[in-house]
Design a protein around this ligand. Structure first.
Ligand code: UDP
Length: 311
């Protein structure tokens, strides 16, 4: 029996990951502090064989009985709104939480996987972003708490790999969306969907010409699972290379939701990256993976889910 520890397992990505691992027949121990995750996300898997939940922060010592084959460290505030609200917790879960979960992996002889982020590239000067790019991050800006925490987490994971020989895999996760995002998450996709479904103004920051590349969650989880089973070490970009402007995202959601919302323009957050698109050459060639779900299809599924879940 394969057993995985998933931190942040009651979060958006974490809960999808737990579900996928259970589908593979694995045992899953989900840990979450419920700071930004919530138990509603694990309701659908709570009673499944092999699933267990521990309400605890990974910033505290973690005691786990029995063997663990994989430690997947997915705990962290991940939306710009969340890491502005919880700057110190964001730094701690990336720093102390990564150290403690690496300690679990070392003690159990487990493979360690880190949920890192495209934010390690900051406001990138190289486009699209390959794994070899070192990034352009403002360490003392408001986003620095997330960006630097994840950069530190990557450095710590690689140090455990080099010093202790731990098998370490780092996902640099680009913008991802889908069911089980929080209504009040603050990120563009859930915000725009919530606004469109309620015929409220859709708030585009700046003139909306900044770009993002949106990956549907099922595609992302498939990439992560293949990565987990691979013999890759170090960072791999996982995301959808289809790049669009934020204004296009707003217009598409408005159209798909059949909304009469107007699109309004609001101030841009500090250090908001201008452009973002993953170079996924590595994932394509080493994992045989690339996204399958087109943006309109994924948004359609997410809007349908939100209509039911957010009522
Ligand atoms: N954004 C926006 N309106 C919103 C929320 C976000 O225009 O209500 C913009 C945000 O400024 C950024 C892009 O959408 O340019 C993506 O933001 P998100 O918070 O989804 O994630 P990020 O990629 O910045 O981490």
């Amino acid at each position: 029996m394969t057993r995985a520890l998933v931190t942040g397992g009651a979060g958006f990505l974490g809960s999808h990951l737990c579900e996928r691992l259970l589908d593979e027949g694995w045992d899953v121990l989900c840990i979450d502090s419920l700071l930004t995750g919530n138990e509603g996300n694990i309701e659908r898997i709570r009673d499944r064989d092999g699933f267990a939940f521990m309400h605890q922060s990974v910033v505290e010592d973690i005691e786990i009985d029995g063997g663990v084959d994989f430690v997947l460290h997915f705990a962290s505030p991940a939306s710009p709104r969340d890491y502005l609200d919880y700057p110190i917790q964001t730094l701690k879960v990336g720093a102390v939480g990564t150290w403690k979960t690496l300690g679990v992996a070392k003690a159990k002889g487990a493979t360690f996987m880190l949920a890192s982020t495209s934010e390690v590239y900051g406001d990138p000067l190289v486009h699209p972003q390959p794994e070899t790019y070192w990034g352009n991050v403002n360490p003392i800006g408001p986003r620095g708490v997330y960006d630097e925490a994840k950069r530190y987490a990557e450095a710590m994971a690689m140090a455990y790999h080099r010093e202790h020989g731990i098998d370490v895999k780092i996902n640099r996760i680009f913008n991802t969306y889908g069911p089980f995002m929080r209504r009040q998450d603050g990120r563009a996709v859930p915000n725009f969907i919530d606004q469109a479904l309620n015929d409220q103004p859709i708030t585009v920051h700046g003139d909306g010409s900044q770009t993002r590349s949106l990956c549907y969650v099922d595609d992302l989880i498939e990439g992560i699972f293949r990565h987990l089973r691979s013999d890759l070490h170090g960072p791999t970009n996982i995301g959808n290379p289809h790049e669009v402007t934020v204004l296009e995202i707003a217009e598409t959601i408005k159209k798909l939701a059949g909304s009469s919302s107007e699109i309004v323009f609001a101030p841009r957050p500090v250090d908001d990256p201008e452009q973002r698109r993953p170079d996924i050459t590595r994932a394509r060639s080493e994992l045989g993976w690339e996204p399958q779900v087109a943006m309109e299809d994924g948004l359609d599924r997410t809007i349908e889910w939100a209509r039911g879940a957010w009522n």
